[in-house]
Design a protein around this ligand. Structure first.
Ligand SMILES: *[C@@H]1O[C@H](CO)[C@@H](O)[C@H](O)[C@H]1NC(C)=O
Ligand SMILES: *[C@@H]1O[C@H](CO)[C@@H](O)[C@H](O)[C@H]1NC(C)=O
Ligand SMILES: *[C@@H]1O[C@H](CO)[C@@H](O)[C@H](O)[C@H]1NC(C)=O
Ligand SMILES: *[C@@H]1O[C@H](CO)[C@@H](O)[C@H](O)[C@H]1NC(C)=O
Length: 628
């Protein structure tokens, strides 16, 4: 269908407008400064590939396998696969999928892939593409209902899983059987014994179009079950191409990632752009301080992929002999916090920090290729040209952070934030441009929920990012918080990110996870921080009065955390984001909290944090003590 539309569009201008509207290319990737705008040639290129039936990343891989067969494609745990070698294995895996697993092939056949980072994982991904199938990238830490939910949602009839996750899958085998989903496990031994490398005929991919479903990548599901974010074939291919261009990736580039391949970051910001460039991935099985620098060093990585938490972790870690013995020119990722930014650059000797903001289920990305102090800590810089082009397409609006509703003025319209004010980012849509916009698979309710009408005038339509940002008068844009994380206390807004930034500047606090807790008899939420001390610091050595003084000197009174729980380590998601769910649910009732954390609190008029006991909780609940 897409082809008939495309070929009937006469001029390039009309084609660009059509593709733009259809795939949000401009909206997704435009920054006005970043070089990520699709250019006319991208669109003709896409059309050209459609007419050749070569719309898959697999097709690019095949091209490199024949044009640069000996160039390394992936390096994993000391072994290198060249493009040709890897591609040969993909053919073997594809034949295994057909002959042993029973995959039929053809657009629309959905295969769930479940496993940790490995070369075999990449082989399954591209073997399914070779057969024209679609992928459901399941988070390999899922178990029980969450796992069954993802399979059921995607209607996958086949699950291909790493033997390493058998213990997650076997307990739900009866439910998966009932859904008609067949399970097959893979391992390095199995894949290295596959000998049938018959080429997969292009006819298997004949029904793949620009608009056809390519894959589902899931939301983290920290607040409910994961949702599957729809990615179309055309969008997948263009994003890979444009990111490669933005990063100016050359064949000689080597990008290290230990982020999970089931997630958007390692998928769209590392693997696919590397393939477009014909460059090399240095793949880590997972993040660990022990393996990070040795793998970066051994692979001669020129770029490393990060999330902010990973950087903080490395910075808190003891010196590693290889931490400056590398050729890394760029760190590329999301969520580098201000207190980490310069120390990270200096300690590890990495000239460029290329921070970005983007979401698999979002619109509008922001990029900041930062080399020095001017734009440090920001997501990006917006000048006059950006404002002229996009100032009315992307706005920040004032929020009621308790209800997460957009605040309305006396006429019922939303209120745009002034410079320096934090608000939720919205992106303008129209019914036309919303065709193909961010959507959750088989979940119209959640898809609709991300949209809102009648914001500034009757009938207008906007996409809610769920993220709070602010922009300063010079045009620098800063990430403030996830909308659900910012909370209110004493009628003031508290950004959990800003509080953790302040806490971690205290010398013996290594990590902090800040959240608000409901307390009977109080409006809003009381600030609570789960913290981890720096290595070799004992709880008894910490001057808790100095901690309070430090927090009070950096934060307004209402933002100073009232409760601290000192933990041995913080909980992270598989994508290295901090988990707040359990902490929020447990609150500050010592009868309910789990684990062996040590508790402190800041009673009204107290000079410092003091040990927090059941008696204090009883007194707070019974209103015998007022919270500060
Ligand atoms: C492509 O679609 C046609 C028409 O629906 C169908 O007959 C054919 O089998 C499909 N090809 C593949 C490989 O799925
Ligand atoms: C092939 O499989 C056999 C057993 O199934 C195993 O012993 C052998 O190591 C495998 N070969 C390779 C190259 O992994
Ligand atoms: C809380 O934040 C919103 C911006 O989203 C703002 O409109 C409101 O005025 C803030 N409240 C206070 C007390 O700062
Ligand atoms: C995910 O599962 C793997 C293997 O079972 C485990 O090593 C890893 O620590 C888990 N990650 C998280 C965040 O639970």
């Amino acid at each position: 269908m897409a082809l008939s539309i495309l070929t009937s569009v006469a001029s390039l201008a009309a084609l660009s407008a059509y593709l733009d509207a259809k795939y949000h290319i401009r909206h997704d990737l435009a920054t006005g400064r970043s070089g990520l705008d699709p250019i006319a040639s991208d669109l003709t290129w896409l059309q050209d590939r459609a007419s050749q039936h070569k719309l898959l990343t697999y097709d690019i891989l095949e091209h490199h396998a024949s044009h640069q067969p000996h160039h390394p494609f992936v390096i994993f745990e000391g072994r290198t696969w060249s493009y040709a070698e890897f591609f040969e294995s993909v053919k073997g895996v594809a034949n295994w999928l057909v002959n042993a697993v029973g995959m039929k092939g053809g657009q629309g056949e959905m295969v769930a892939l479940d496993g940790g980072n490995s070369v075999e994982y990449l082989m399954v991904w591209f073997a399914v593409e070779a057969l024209g199938g679609c992928l459901s990238f399941v988070n390999w830490n899922l178990t029980g209902d969450g796992l069954v939910h993802c399979v059921k949602l995607s209607d996958a009839t086949i699950m291909i899983a790493d033997e390493d996750v058998k213990q997650n899958i076997e307990p739900v085998r009866p439910q998966l059987d009932q859904l008609g989903c067949k399970i097959s496990y893979y391992s390095p031994t199995l894949f290295s014994n596959l000998t049938d490398t018959t080429p997969i005929p292009p006819s298997a991919r004949e029904n793949v179009t620009i608009e056809s479903l390519r894959q589902l990548i899931y939301t983290s599901g920290t607040t409910g079950l994961p949702k599957g974010v729809i990615s179309t074939t055309g969008k997948e291919l263009l994003i890979g191409k444009m990111v490669a261009r933005y990063l100016n990736l050359q064949q000689s580039d080597r990008m290290y990632t230990c982020m999970p391949l089931y997630h958007g970051a390692a998928h769209s910001l590392c693997t696919t752009p590397i393939i477009h460039a014909g460059a090399t991935i240095i793949l880590g099985r997972k993040f660990s301080h022990r393996t990070f620098w040795p793998e970066v060093h051994a692979g001669a990585a020129s770029t490393i992929q990060y999330v902010g938490e990973l950087c903080r972790y490395l910075l808190n870690g003891p010196p590693h002999p290889l931490e400056r013995q590398h050729v890394v020119q760029r760190a590329w990722g999301n969520g580098m916090r201000p207190d980490v930014w310069e120390p990270f650059r200096e300690r590890f000797n990495i000239p460029v920090i290329n921070e970005l903001y983007a979401a698999t289920d979002g619109l509008g990305s922001i990029f900041n290729r930062n080399r020095g102090p001017f734009t440090a800590h920001a997501l990006g810089l917006r000048g006059a040209i950006w404002n002229w082009r996009f100032g009315d397409e992307e706005v920040r609006v004032k929020m009621d952070v308790d209800t997460e509703d957009i605040l309305r003025d006396e006429h019922g319209w939303a209120v745009r934030c002034k410079d320096g004010e934090a608000g939720q980012v919205l992106h303008r849509l129209t019914d036309e441009t919303d065709v193909g916009g961010p959507a959750y698979y088989q979940n119209e309710g959640a898809t609709k929920n991300r949209r809102i009408r009648d914001v500034f005038k009757k009938g207008d339509l906007w996409f809610k990012s769920g993220d709070m940002m602010r922009q300063d008068p010079s045009g620098l844009v800063y990430f403030v918080d996830r909308l659900g994380d910012t909370f209110r206390w004493k009628s003031e807004n508290v950004s959990t990110n800003e509080v953790s930034d302040a806490l971690t500047r205290f010398p013996s606090i290594a990590e902090a996870n800040v959240y608000g807790v409901s307390i009977p008899g109080y409006d809003g939420r009381a600030g609570t921080a789960s913290i981890v001390l720096t290595p070799n610091t004992n709880i008894g050595d910490v001057d808790w009065t100095a901690v309070a003084k430090h927090a009070r000197s950096l934060l307004p009174g209402y933002a100073v955390p009232l409760f601290l729980r000192v933990a041995r380590e913080l909980e992270y998601t598989g994508t290295l984001k901090l988990q707040k769910g359990r902490l929020k649910r447990e609150g500050v009732d010592l009868g309910v909290v789990t684990g062996g954390d040590c508790w402190f609190w800041l009673p009204e008029l107290s000079g410092g944090y003091v040990p927090y006991t059941e008696k204090d909780w009883e007194a707070i609940k019974g209103k015998k003590i007022r919270l500060a």
